[in-house]
Design a protein around this ligand. Structure first.
Ligand SMILES: Cc1ncc(COP(=O)(O)O)c(C=O)c1O
Length: 200
């Protein structure tokens, strides 16, 4: 199963997969791996995202009601930035606006060398099936590479052909460091995985 998974994820480099019991656990593990690997604390996540219901994944999730009602305090060192939402308009409707917000946040809220990872859905799921402009993800990847920040792509909802490609990130030509998958992976059974980053 793990062998098949690492073959499915594009990219000709060594990968590893681990199976766990829910999407939320896959996300938790991805964050923990990113922290251990980088020895950095902070995680950047996006508005309108959904990453799960455990306290860490709830803290990453970019929507308040009803998910977070009465569950505070949440996990620290999570910084949330806007996800491009063309339909809603405003300053964060475009990739440029959101990337400017990201650069501003790295200059004012959290220094890049404190950031372990950025976690992003390549297409928003619970947030409303929002497809970001291509340059949002490619430029986000470039910022990650510039600062040694890991890119976690959450494919738990968008993976396994739901966007017409095996993984939604394939539409954008990016190369994540960690990929979380679940849902269609096991057709309803609790099973999830996170992949790629090499650990000793
Ligand atoms: C993008 C995304 N990440 C994580 C999760 C959490 O997965 P699970 O409900 O299996 O914990 C979900 C669930 O809807 C999701 O859509």
């Amino acid at each position: 199963m793990c062998q098949k998974l690492v073959e499915l994820v594009p990219g000709d480099y060594p990968k590893k997969a681990v199976l766990v019991n829910s999407g939320a656990e896959a996300v938790e593990d991805a964050v923990k791996i990113a922290r251990v690997y980088t020895r950095r604390p902070a995680i950047i996540a996006f508005s309108h995202s959904f990453h799960g219901r455990t306290l860490l994944t709830l803290s990453l999730t970019g929507r308040d009601h009803p998910y977070k009602d009465h569950f505070r305090p949440l996990v620290p060192e999570v910084y949330r930035l806007p996800y491009p939402y063309l339909y809603r308009g405003g300053p964060f409707a475009t990739a440029e606006g959101c990337l400017a917000a990201l650069r501003e946040a790295l200059a004012t809220h959290v220094a890049p060398e404190e950031v372990a990872a950025v976690i992003v859905e390549p297409v928003l799921g619970e947030g409303g099936f929002v497809v970001p402009p291509r340059e949002f993800l490619t430029d986000l990847e470039a910022v990650c590479r510039q600062y040694g920040i890991l890119l976690i792509v959450d494919e738990i909802q968008s993976g396994f052909m739901r966007t017409g490609r095996m993984f939604a990130f394939e539409h954008f030509g990016i190369t994540p460091d960690l990929v979380t998958v679940a849902k269609s992976l096991a057709g309803g059974m609790p099973l999830s995985a996170r992949e790629k980053l090499m650990l000793p």
